[in-house]
Design a protein around this ligand. Sequence first.
Ligand code: SF4
Length: 367
Amino acid sequence: MEERKEWTLAEILEVHRKPLLELVYEAATVHRKHHNPNEVQISSLLSIKTGGCQEDCGYCPQAARYHTDIEENDLMSVEQVTTAANRAKVLGASRVCMGAAWRNVKDDEDFDQVIRLVQTVNSMDMEVCATLGMVTETQAKKLAEAGLYAYNHNLDTSEDYYKEVISTRGYEDRLETLSNVRKAKLTVCSGGIIGMGESVEDRCKMLLTLSQLDPQPESVPINALVAVEGTPMEDQEPVPIWDMVRMVATARIVMPKSTVRLSAGRLSMTKEGQALCFMAGAGSIFAGDKLLTTPNPATNEDLEMFEILGLQPTAPFAKGDRPQPEPLTEEERAKKENPKWSRPGHRIPAHVEYTKKGKLKKKAIQK
Ligand code: SF4
């Protein structure tokens, strides 16, 4: 089968609609060409600052306005992150992704602390990824200099459907952030979530946009929505495993060299379902009993699955693409930024309704 970069939406849809076993076979063939099919990377996702976010992402329990039952925490200390990263390393993780519930990075004390956290995990010889919201080029360079390996910023869905999911920021800012990450010579991690009410066309449009990034992202997480009570998406139906397999396989074919990551939603997948995803080209799982704030399979379950399937955890930096950042100039080092990213502010009825419910809940708690 021909491998190519310039995909059209019609071609991606055609791939996505193939008979499932044919699709998996083709994806597995591409996967074997570029990746070791017996290796799956174990990544650890650490919520270094949880909750209290000002954004209105319809799927997210960390959005302050919905008042879900998550436990909020302030930015973690170096000691806390060292302990968590050590534990993950012992269990086979070669990558630590640190997430903070922020709209964007600001050059303040918290960012200085994140820089220290990146330096700490980097010194443990693990790939360090961060997901901190929108980031400028200079901020991305500061992270790169600290030893960051990858920056995650998901497109979430298609540009069209994004307007139904978030009103507090624009799709173009996500693309600009990815471009800033690339300019800082970091590797790019960007994917999305399925099961938010989007169409198959939206899913494929998102893959098209990702495939058009030049170069394509090194890492593409595919999440299945975990519908959390209290969020506007609490009533969404669970994503069928077949949809996950199709999405993983299509991503694999469209972006042959990227590591496609099985991310949120694994708790509701059987081992058989996950095995089919690995066959279709998934090359990574997130391990640990929580994924930021939503439940995830227990670590021993994952180790048992690796044993059954004969999988080995991927070593850190196995791709040989460790970033080689250029040193910051004095001017860049001194720069203090808090840019005004866009805020479209359009009305999403479900968000209005759940913000009201959130306010009532907050009042009830305060009484
Ligand atoms: S997804 Fe991120 S930006 Fe959106 S509400 Fe949650 S923490 Fe905030």
